[in-house]
Design a binder for this molecule. Sequence first.
Ligand SMILES: [Ca+2]
Ligand SMILES: [Ca+2]
Ligand SMILES: [Ca+2]
Ligand SMILES: [Ca+2]
Length: 240
Amino acid sequence: MYGAATIDDNGRLLYSTGNGHGDALHVSDLDPGRAGLEVFKVDEDASKPSSWFADARTGQILWSTPASGDNGRGVSADIWAGSPGAESWSSAVAGLANTRGQNVGRKPSSANFLAWWDGDPVRELLDATRIDKYGTGGETRLLDGSQVASNNGTKSTPALSGDILGDWREEVIWRTTDSRALRIYSTPIPTSTRIHTLMHDPQYRVAVAWQNTAYNQPPHPGFFIGDGMTVPPPPNIYLR
Ligand SMILES: [Ca+2]
Ligand SMILES: [Ca+2]
Ligand SMILES: [Ca+2]
Ligand SMILES: [Ca+2]
């Protein structure tokens, strides 16, 4: 999946929404109440919707927001248990959209990366060198990295984020401000959720690699992790 286009496993075009390049793309089971995966993307052309939410297999657009020019940032993830499934938000659109595109609340203060950090399966916000938990009245700071720096100018991305150690929650790697070392931050918060580590999921594994290709984006697994989640399918991995 590359911007508006999705390539089939035979190398041919599966579909294109025709909406061109955008600065952010998120693919996962964003709406667990609907079969299959969904995709959320922002657009940067004044002739295109500023954002859209589509069936990831067919490209059928389920909802979109009016054109606004260059919509520079956008995110979709379950960051709030008050609405089922993922919430979607972006720079050029007011409010927080539910899985049907309806405004259900306050937009988070950042639109950048994500991390599963505290004990619940709802995802936290990762921006610059901080991790925050979304709330309707404001965010709660869970981590403020000391003497570390983010990358890529105003995009403020980590060196890498992903589940690379320990349980399924995500670690974050930042460089020290003097660029002489990398630091790996891991959550100290216990969780009662017991699922396989995320690198067992093929989509998530590819997603960790895609962070360092083209525009850096946070990884998503090929199944839903969030409030009210069902037990994910056991990973189909064989070790020799
Ligand atoms: Ca779905
Ligand atoms: Ca939600
Ligand atoms: Ca959480
Ligand atoms: Ca982990």
